[in-house]
Design a protein around this ligand. Structure first.
Ligand SMILES: [Cu+2]
Length: 249
């Protein structure tokens, strides 16, 4: 598509998208970040409710949700993508190591919890890095997040039997996280606008607008622009053939 046509198309689509659903989602994940910050610091309270307190879990869930805020509304924080690429790489390795070592000895833990959280953080790393893309990768991540989401849908159902705001909070945070991540895999273009900052966003050149169609340019199996870009250019903006950098970058 001709670049100027594309820009006009984008601006048209932008003004048509009046409901700020990316901002609403980012706001939800920001509340979730505060929720896990509270859990991180309120050790005695969380222990009195759950019987244990897992500092690493609280910290990494907070990081995950804060990363989602940055992904959906990159202009709210001035974090470049490289920060999240490093953070989520560390988190992924952390939980893999934990799954095979001390995590198995924690009485409240199960090995598959650690694998699930390694997968969660790996999924976030992928959102900010996207070293490669294709139908297979989209399918695998969508399957993973669908499983993750349905597990927590059942947990939310069970929470009604013995309601507590801590368990509702964590299960709803996981469920919405999984739902949004699955949708991001299936409809990446819809989540790449970055709200009000979209005109400064690297990656928007690839967008076919607020389309509900999957971005077919992601299906070619080669390196692609990450869905989450942070406040600056990603170090993995390798597909330069499809990117015309905005002026002043
Ligand atoms: Cu979790």
């Amino acid at each position: 598509m001709d670049h100027m046509d594309h820009m006009e198309h984008m601006q048209h689509m932008h003004s048509a998208a009046s409901f700020p659903f990316l901002a609403v989602l980012a706001g939800f994940f920001l509340v979730g970040t505060f929720f896990y910050c509270f859990r991180l610091y309120a050790r005695n309270y969380v222990t009195s409710v759950n019987g244990y307190h897992d500092r690493e879990n609280e910290l990494w869930h907070g990081a995950c949700l804060f990363g989602m805020v940055s992904c959906l509304e990159p202009t709210w924080y001035a974090f470049p993508a490289i920060v999240w690429q490093i953070v989520f790489a560390i988190g992924t390795v952390w939980y893999l190591v934990r799954a095979f070592t001390y995590g198995r000895k924690l009485p409240f833990n199960k090995q598959w919890y650690d694998f699930a959280h390694a997968g969660m953080l790996f999924g976030m790393w992928w959102m900010f890095t996207a070293p490669v893309s294709g139908v297979l990768i989209t399918g695998l991540f969508t399957a993973y997040w669908s499983w993750f989401g349905s597990y927590y849908a059942v947990r939310i159902y069970n929470d009604f039997k013995k309601p507590h705001w801590l368990s509702f909070g964590q299960d709803i945070a996981h469920f919405v996280m999984a739902l949004v991540m699955a949708l991001m895999m299936l409809f990446p273009a819809t989540f790449m606008s970055g709200g009000s900052g979209m005109h400064d966003m690297p990656g928007m050149e690839n967008m076919p607008g607020m389309s509900n169609m999957p971005d077919m340019s992601n299906m070619s199996g080669k390196a692609d622009t990450p869905i989450c870009t942070g406040s600056g250019a990603s170090v993995t903006d390798v597909d330069s053939s499809s990117i015309s950098h905005p002026p002043g970058k």
